[in-house]
Write a protein that binds this ligand. Structure first.
Ligand code: FES
Ligand SMILES: [Fe+2]
Length: 400
């Protein structure tokens, strides 16, 4: 079914490429400039988005085998993800049930049991408390009630989502609105991580807008990507998650020889796939197929974000291909840091003056419009109504 959706998307793209047309939002959209700069709003966004919604925190290939673990911090929450002896995935707060110490330093690898470095309490890979050091002198304790705090976790398409709210009643699959089934076609489970780095940037929404907007490509990135980059976009949404492509004449040409049903998967999954509220997956060719996965998180203040750039490749590379991939990965750091985020920091400084009341998104910036609408919608939605919000959300495949 999801392959059929990718084919329909390709057909829609070809239709626009042949007609030299583009789909546009129904109108322009204004948002208050203070949405980007207001500290109170930023705290609410952290609580209602980053600490209440599932976040894409890891790739399945980081936990390739049974008894592997990954210790990371996401949105300020230290967490441990494990794959147990039965290949089942678990996510837990990285905080010991005794006095809260962090059990593992950041990193990944193989592990049999989680042992706290403070007083050696030991946990099974599913987070249950298995061992209390010197229990004869510690006092009565019901081990079954003192496991690690478990976090909802979900794996699909070679990607791993965790909800940092342990009490969330939101089903992560419902939250993804079927989008994860489309992402399955990348087959990320078998990909490798080529490199990873983090970049400090402006407010997370200023930074994230750039991933949803093709309008700026031939202008801001003329010296790096070139002035012939497409600026017309086609935005397709599944709930808050949006894929952005542009009408592609090469795809239209290809369809003269090959029916879209028989397109290879690279053609069917091109463009930028954003995953609300903080991830972008963009395809690049560097020796073999590569994607840049960008995970954006709020930084330590309203005017700061942290972007983790992970460059993934579809197979092992020869030495010369690895050089090419490194060149591409380095270029992507320059583009994001020296062009996108440098511009964003200056945009932010101008907005912070408070002299401009609002900013405007064009009909051709539908991806940004959808993003900001969803941010507002979720901020207004109480916990109890969140599941229904995503269950009943608009999905592209159901309407055309
Ligand atoms: S804090 Fe972990 S064993 Fe004491
Ligand atoms: Fe950009």
């Amino acid at each position: 079914m999801s392959k059929e959706t990718l084919v329909s998307l390709a057909k829609d793209n070809i239709k626009h490429a042949n007609a030299k047309s583009v789909s546009l939002a129904t109108g322009t959209m204004k948002i208050p400039a203070s949405d980007y700069t207001d500290n109170k709003r930023w705290i609410i966004e952290k609580n209602k988005l980053f600490h209440r919604l599932p976040l894409l925190v890891a790739m399945s290939c980081e936990l390739p085998e049974e008894r592997s673990y990954l210790s990371i911090e996401a949105a300020g929450i230290p967490m441990i993800i494990t794959r147990d002896e039965n290949f089942k995935l678990h996510a837990m707060l990285n905080s010991c049930s005794h006095r809260g110490a962090q059990i593992l330093d950041p990193g990944c690898g193989k592990i049999k049991r989680l042992t706290c470095p403070f007083h050696a309490w030991g946990y099974d890979l599913d987070g249950s408390l298995a061992h209390v050091f010197a229990s004869d002198v510690f006092g009565e304790i019901d081990k079954s009630q003192h496991g690690l705090i478990r976090l909802p976790v979900y794996e699909n398409a070679g990607l791993i989502w965790v909800n940092t709210d342990p009490n969330s009643n939101l089903c992560i699959s419902d939250y993804l609105c079927g989008y994860d089934n489309l992402l399955q076609h990348f087959n990320f489970r078998n990909w490798k991580i080529f490199g990873r780095r983090s970049i400090v940037g402006p407010n997370w929404k200023i930074a994230y807008d750039g991933y949803l907007d093709l309008y700026h490509l031939p202008i801001l990135h003329k010296k790096t990507f070139g002035s012939d980059m497409p600026y017309k976009s086609l935005a397709y949404s599944w709930g808050p998650h949006t894929r952005v492509t542009s009408p592609d004449p090469d795809l239209a040409k290809e369809s003269l020889h090959v029916p879209p049903e028989d397109f290879d998967i690279d053609n069917l999954t091109s463009g930028v796939w954003t995953i609300f509220p903080h991830v972008s997956i963009a395809s690049f060719d560097a020796g073999c197929r590569g994607v840049l996965i960008s995970q954006l998180f709020p930084g330590s203040k309203v005017s700061e974000s942290i972007t983790i750039q992970t460059y993934m490749i579809s197979r092992d590379l020869e030495e010369s291909e690895a050089t090419e991939a490194q060149t591409m990965f380095d270029l992507l750091e320059t583009v994001v840091s020296e062009e996108d985020y440098k511009t964003g920091l200056k945009q932010q400084a101008a907005l912070k003056t408070g002299l401009r009341n609002e900013v405007i998104f064009g009909r051709n910036e539908e991806g940004c419009q959808t993003f900001h609408r969803w941010v507002n919608k979720i901020l207004e939605t109480p916990d109890s109504e969140l599941p229904q919000l995503f269950k009943s959300a608009h999905r592209w495949e159901h309407t055309r």
